[in-house]
Design a protein around this ligand. Structure first.
Ligand code: HEM
Length: 182
């Protein structure tokens, strides 16, 4: 996983828990890399999960909740850093439907070694989108946070139902149903 993702996680943790806490956790957690990340480096996703769990132990905030919050944080980072990927998109569904064949394709060109998930989307009604997330990495709550943040970008409200797919171990289905805001 790209170093920039780790740097953003540490930035979020610094803002939330303070620099001293982050330094202490980096010093006391057993990390393959030693905890020194550069934006261009690549590190194991397991290390990200270890860090999230250390921040969870420190704060008492559930690890899945921290992942979800990190999804929101990363969406802000993506909109600042990769604004062009959002051009011409007028709704959350527009973005979510563009990840697999457009956005992550561009990400792969920039970072050939990126570890990306796959998505299959099905807009089965005007207001409902099914999105199947498949990844060997345990980041479904992070994915949920990114989806929520996409909705926030367009001031859209929705319910998001998450369910494991019985016949596909590494897949999670998100059913996103827009809520009327009249
Ligand atoms: C402009 C928008 C986006 C950019 C630039 C972007 C870029 C990236 C990058 C750089 C990574 C890390 C790859 C690595 O470190 O090896 C990543 C991973 C990921 N992205 Fe995106 N992404 C975008 C939008 C989204 C959206 C909207 C979603 C969710 C619905 C999403 C879902 C994910 C997930 C879940 C991962 C973690 C890897 C995994 O689960 O296997 N991305 N993305």
């Amino acid at each position: 996983m790209k170093g920039s993702i780790f740097l953003e996680l540490l930035e979020m943790a610094e803002e939330t828990f303070g620099e001293e806490v982050v330094d202490r956790i980096l010093d006391t957690t057993d990390l393959e890399s030693g905890g020194a990340y550069t934006s261009v480096g690549t590190y194991s996703c397991g290390e990200l999960v270890t860090l999230v769990s250390a921040f969870s132990d420190h704060s008492g905030i559930d690890g899945e909740e921290l992942q979800r919050l990190f999804g929101h944080w990363m969406m802000t980072f993506f909109t600042k850093r990769y604004g062009s990927f959002f051009e011409g998109k007028t709704s959350a569904f527009d973005i979510l439907e563009a990840i697999e064949d457009e956005i992550h394709v561009e990400v792969r060109k920039l970072y050939p070694d990126a570890e990306l998930p796959t998505f299959a989307t099905d807009r089965f009604s005007v207001k409902e989108l099914d999105m199947v997330y498949t990844s060997p990495r345990p980041l479904a709550p992070f994915c949920r946070g990114l989806i929520e943040a996409c909705l926030n970008l367009f001031n859209q409200k929705a319910t998001i139902e998450m369910s494991a797919l019985a016949d596909a171990m590494q897949s999670t289905k998100f059913r996103i149903s827009l809520v009327d805001q009249s």
